[in-house]
Design a protein around this ligand. Structure first.
Ligand code: ATP
Ligand code: FE2
Length: 331
């Protein structure tokens, strides 16, 4: 199964074997010269890069066109112009290769690639990416959203803070480096811990107050110190909601997914929380945390094996698709 991902800044083509073996993706990341992502510019980037990524995929030794049983793509949620490019690429490949087309839910793909890679069975998922921050758990035939951000995604919050300090997109990895530097310098022990707004509302989250306050403190305090506190507050709030979800659902596994799940401190916090309550935490390799075509292929494979394909006249994109709108028909 080939998967095409194009919800936002990343265009990516990946594939999985029929038995679920994951193969790395061919990806291209759109980086705006300044400001945030303009959907039209990102879509233009994707349409320029699509032929190059297809060529790279076809020329790989581990890729065999004859083994491809279908082409899946992110049908939503995401930026309309970007989604449309990915859908067009997928429709073309499916038609040329004469294999079925399968439109899938991007958020569910983050979960399924994580389950595949880590072997966890019935986890609570902390899905922390640029545009999304959700705590999800399966109930019956859906992945239900137990809690989510009420304003911006955690990754967008980190990227906005970074942009304010002229740090290039994506800002999350650089904020992680600056935070580690603060810890390694020993100053975290020496300085008073910087208190910032903490956005937990029941099982929902909020990050915009934290962002505003962190920007304002960074005028007077070392950037490393503010980055450290920003991470501690943002991640602790996510882990608190994830723990609440585990308590409510009685599930004992926590799976991290989405680009922010690359972060070492978030992983550490999830490990500590799970150990303290006798549970276990999991996260996929970084290449499968960030947006990638392989995860779209993996979900497409599961959908296909459970009998679902997408006729061309039902393959239009859905930019506001919800995690819980997709029926889950596999174990
Ligand atoms: P979605 O469509 O699922 O919302 P996305 O378009 O935001 O996904 P992802 O690749 O899942 O794309 O996530 C990108 C985000 O991950 C960016 O905001 C980036 O700053 C953040 N990120 C990547 N690495 C790290 C890291 N080490 N620490 C914190 N954040 C990170
Ligand atoms: Fe994503």
């Amino acid at each position: 199964m080939v998967g095409v991902e194009s919800t936002a800044h990343t265009l990516s083509l990946g594939f999985v074997g029929e038995d679920g073996e994951l193969f790395s993706s061919e990806s291209a990341l759109f980086k705006p010269e300044q400001g945030g992502i303009h959907p039209r510019e990102a879509a233009d980037h994707h349409s320029v890069m699509a032929p190059k990524l297809i060529s790279s995929l076809l020329s790989r030794d581990d890729f065999s066109r004859d083994d491809i049983i279908g082409v899946s793509f992110s049908q939503g949620p995401g930026l309309g112009p970007c989604l449309r490019i990915g859908a067009s690429v997928a429709r073309s490949l499916s038609s040329v290769w004469k294999v079925p087309l399968i439109g899938v839910n991007h958020c569910v793909a983050h979960i399924e690639v994580g389950r595949n890679q880590t072997g966890c069975e019935d986890p609570v998922l902390l899905y922390a990416s640029g545009g999304n921050t959700q705590v999800i758990a399966r109930a019956g035939d859906r992945y239900r959203v137990i809690g989510e951000t009420l304003d911006i995604g955690i990754g967008n919050m980190l990227d906005k803070f970074a942009r304010h300090h002229d740090i290039a997109f994506p800002g999350g990895p650089e904020i992680e480096k600056l935070s580690s530097r603060w810890l390694e310098s020993g100053k975290a022990e020496e300085y008073e811990f910087l208190q910032l707004p903490y956005g937990v509302h029941g099982t929902d989250l909020a990050f915009s107050g934290l962002l505003t306050s962190a920007i304002s403190h960074s005028r007077n305090l070392p950037l490393e110190q503010v980055c450290f506190s920003l991470q501690e507050h943002a991640f602790a709030s996510c882990i608190e909601v994830a723990e609440r979800a585990m308590a409510h659902t009685g599930k004992s596994e926590l799976l991290l997914g989405g680009g922010v799940a690359c972060n070492g401190r978030l992983r550490e916090m999830s490990r500590i929380m799970c150990e303290e309550r006798g549970g276990k935490s999991f996260w996929p390799e970084k290449q499968y945390c960030i947006d990638n075509g392989t995860m779209i292929a993996e979900l497409g494979r599961k959908e296909f094996l459970s009998g679902r394909t997408t006729p061309i006249d039902e393959s239009s994109i859905d930019p506001s698709m919800r995690t819980d709108s997709s029926i889950i028909s596999w174990p």
